[in-house]
Design a protein around this ligand. Structure first.
Ligand SMILES: Cc1cc2nc3c(=O)[nH]c(=O)nc-3n(C[C@H](O)[C@H](O)[C@H](O)COP(=O)(O)OP(=O)(O)OC[C@H]3O[C@@H](n4cnc5c(N)ncnc54)[C@H](O)[C@@H]3O)c2cc1C
Length: 456
């Protein structure tokens, strides 16, 4: 049945509106959970005071409750739950995870500081003495203190300065200590926290929040990849070196259409051989997933990506995904403009392959240093001709703006009807940021500019 461009446009607008509703709903539920925690605190007598100074103690309790809800939200955001990733995207979920982490840590400091100072004041002790005495209350207070120390360690290693000098794997290994820190901190909330320790509804409410956050993490990050492994039996079928130095890896398996992967999406790939089983890395699909095979194309940018050229055919692959919303699902406009630079061509190439005339006019801008260094250029040329897409290959050294040095002109000079298209951008961070900024400055609405970042 032929569908008119207007109907397609209406469907896109509806879908975009739904996503916004859902994204707002996810954000709102976090604050509703925090508000419910605070309401339960008040219900348990949290605002009953003898003198005005007691409100400082209440503030400390409130800070602890909101910090805990933010930590649970952080766990949910990186749980790779489809209902989160499909709505806000994996990269934005990771960004929010980091942002909430910073607020949670500040609130933890406030909680610990105010509760210690106020308890010291009530008991007539020094703050230091009081801090040490907390561990006498019970094992759960000692573990809470150790847990806080572990949070301190993780925050210190997450600071930009340390992160930029550390290998990703080292930083990630230390980052996993967060789960130990949470396990150490949680018991004091149930056994000492005045809001929840008495049992009843408040206790179950708090338990349900933790069960939901950690349940999602276990289901989607641990169980789902293993189920995928046994269900699809994904294995490396071909490893092809490309003329520009990148490597394409084709994987085949059973019932791959059940993964429901879309062009533009990525997976976290774990190649199960002796050398690589311990690392999982994100790579986008560089071919339209056809139900029979999946392909990635990888630029050698470090130890792991360089090693993939040596993968053996038959190696089993644990694929976690599909992830990301850099797909046609995010479309809002009648046309599409795909911008790629260097290895950022991978998701763009698969989107171009899946493009059909009903999807509206398509333009591809491919920014490369030289013909020899352009991954998948021949394929992109062939596909652009097949799909009737306008292809602009811009070659040359790095310039100030979106185009190579010496190339004058704005985005709308290259694509005059840019405002009636969705703009998809994938490439090195600084370049992608310039394209995004220029598209917005040209008048493209925020929701029609989509960007995939190859680093979180
Ligand atoms: C959504 C997404 C899609 C991507 N798609 C492609 C693609 O199609 N083709 C391609 O060549 N590259 C792609 N990348 C980049 C690729 O994941 C990194 O280049 C690769 O993981 C580097 O690992 P390394 O050990 O070789 O290099 P390293 O030198 O160890 O790492 C280089 C940088 O890559 C990032 N990185 C390293 N390991 C990971 C990891 N496990 N998870 C997340 N980031 C990590 C870090 O920012 C690090 O600083 C993609 C990245 C993301 C986030």
């Amino acid at each position: 049945v032929a569908t008119s461009p207007q109907t397609i446009q209406d469907l896109r607008a509806k879908r975009a509106a739904h996503r916004h509703w859902k994204a707002d709903g996810i954000e709102a539920s976090l604050w509703i959970a925090a508000a419910a925690g605070l309401a339960l605190m008040i219900e348990s007598g949290g605002l009953l005071t003898v003198s005005g100074i007691d409100y400082i103690y209440s503030l400390g309790r409130a800070a602890g409750i909101v910090a805990a809800v933010l930590v649970m939200s952080q766990v949910l955001l990186i749980s790779r739950s489809p209902w989160i990733d499909r709505v806000i995207g994996h990269d934005r979920a990771a960004l929010r995870h980091t942002r909430y982490g910073k607020i949670a840590f500040i609130l933890m400091l406030v909680h610990l500081g105010l509760i210690t100072v106020m308890t010291a004041y009530y008991d007539g002790k020094s703050v230091f003495e009081q801090f040490l005495d907390f561990s006498q209350v019970g094992w759960f207070m000692l573990t809470a203190q150790i847990g806080f120390g572990l949070f301190l360690l993780v925050v210190a290693t997450s600071l930009y300065i340390v992160r930029s000098k550390w290998r990703y794997e080292n930083w990630y290994a230390v980052h996993l200590i967060v789960y130990v820190a949470i396990a150490f901190v949680v018991p004091h909330q149930f056994m000492e926290g005045s809001t929840f320790r008495t049992g009843g509804f408040a206790w179950w409410f708090w338990f349900a929040l933790y069960a939901f956050a950690f349940g999602s993490l276990i289901v989607f990050r641990m169980i789902r990849p293993v189920v995928n492994l046994s269900r699809h039996d994904l294995r490396v079928a071909e490893v092809t070196p490309n003329p520009d130095g990148s490597t394409s890896v084709v994987m085949t398996g059973k019932d791959l259409d059940r993964l429901r992967a879309r062009p533009g999406q990525f997976f976290l790939w774990r190649f199960l051989d002796k050398e690589r089983w311990s690392q999982s890395h994100p790579f986008s699909l560089s071919r339209n997933p056809d139900g029979e095979s999946l392909r990635i194309t990888v630029k050698a940018s470090g130890d792991h990506s360089s090693s993939l050229a040596g993968l053996a055919v038959g190696t089993r692959v644990l694929a976690d995904g599909p992830l990301g919303v850099f797909t046609d699902v995010a479309r809002t406009k009648p046309g599409i403009a795909l911008f790629a630079a260097g290895i950022g061509i991978t998701p763009i190439r698969s989107m171009l392959e899946a493009h059909s005339p009903e999807d509206g006019p398509c333009a591809v801008v491919y920014r490369v240093r030289s013909e020899e260094e352009a991954p998948l250029l021949d394929e992109v040329r062939e596909l652009a001709a097949l799909r009737g897409a306008d292809l602009h290959v811009l070659m040359g050294g790095r310039g100030e703006g979106w185009a190579p040095a010496g190339h004058e002109g704005s985005l709308t000079d290259a694509i005059p009807d840019l405002l009636s298209r969705d703009v998809y951008v994938c490439g090195p961070g600084a370049w992608a940021a310039v394209v995004e900024a220029e598209a917005l400055a040209a008048g493209c609405p925020r929701e029609s500019v989509h960007r995939e970042q190859f680093a979180w």
